[in-house]
Design a binder for this molecule. Sequence first.
Ligand SMILES: Nc1ncnc2c1ncn2[C@@H]1O[C@H](COP(=O)(O)OP(=O)(O)O)[C@@H](O)[C@H]1O
Ligand SMILES: [Mg+2]
Length: 352
Amino acid sequence: MKKQAVIGLMSGTSMDGLDIAYCEFSCIRKRWHFHIRQSETIVYKKEIRERLLQAGNGSALDLANDHHWYGRWQGEQVKKFIVRHKLKPTLISAHGHTLFHQPSKKISWQLGSGASLAAACGIDAVTDFRTTDIALGGQGAPLVPIGDEILFPEYDFCLNLGGFANISYREKKRRLAFDICPVNIVLNELSLLRGKQYDRGGDMARAGVISRVLLDSLNKGSYFRKKGPRSLGKEWVTANVLPLIYRSKASPEDMLSTYTEHISIQIAKHLTGRKPKILLTGGGAWNDFLIERIVHHSGFRIKLPDNTLIAFKEALVFAFLGLLRYRNEINTCRSVTGASRDSIGGGIYSGV
Ligand SMILES: Nc1ncnc2c1ncn2[C@@H]1O[C@H](COP(=O)(O)OP(=O)(O)O)[C@@H](O)[C@H]1O
Ligand SMILES: [Mg+2]
């Protein structure tokens, strides 16, 4: 098979920026291989971040407008990236920016019109990966595990620390995956109390003291008793987690310290086995204090992959899911989403 060049775009709930990864894929004797050839994060300028934060709070007309705006903006970024690095992708695959994720209401909605994206860069684009699965009774999430299964079979656990922590692993020949708990979406919000976008290296958390009362109430959350397919959204954090933290009246450092401990305990519960091989990715991998606490609670050594994979694994996997969609192959796995069947998710918009 000829190498396929696909650009993956990811904008996570941490709101740090748009990740762009130019990836090459080839399938040799039924085994997929990948290479991230070029990658960049376009850090959101204040006005873009604010528009994304506001999107979804206005009228239906505002939403339609923002959908077009963000789709075109992504397409323009792709165009510049391609020129800058002299690239020739056949396809753009964009997750979009999640505004609503409420699977029980059959809603998962990502900002960024595929039509506007494809038109702005003149290349075919795949977007809207979650709705087919939701229509089939699934959570529409997580979608990355099929990428874990196919692209990273040598790992016992794939753990990503973005806005939320998600994990995926094999059990009894099936891939299981779910969101464990909110991570950077909460840590970033607490860091803002000290005027910082995020807690670099976890230094503020390290300087704090754990509040046992708050830690206990966080760990008692009913979500942590759930089993099977489950996923979390921003709405849940706003309604359940932040009020609990703010009610504690602790200092920002103590809140960060306590929340970091909560994350580490929840994650460590799911890391099991004898010297498991753990692929740890997402911006949280650079939070040294958080990693120290996860190592402490799990008792396992964790070797971080290279910085490109830490930052762009999700963009890589979305590039791959888009390629599968383009090839009309299954890219959504019912064993992790809970849908009635596996499916081919995503809509294709022609750019040529
Ligand atoms: N050096 C660092 N120390 C601590 N946290 C970091 C560091 N670098 C990045 N992060 C965290 O990672 C987040 C970005 O992670 P990312 O994987 O892009 O998440 P998402 O997929 O939700 O966008 C940042 O918002 C920040 O919270
Ligand atoms: Mg990000």
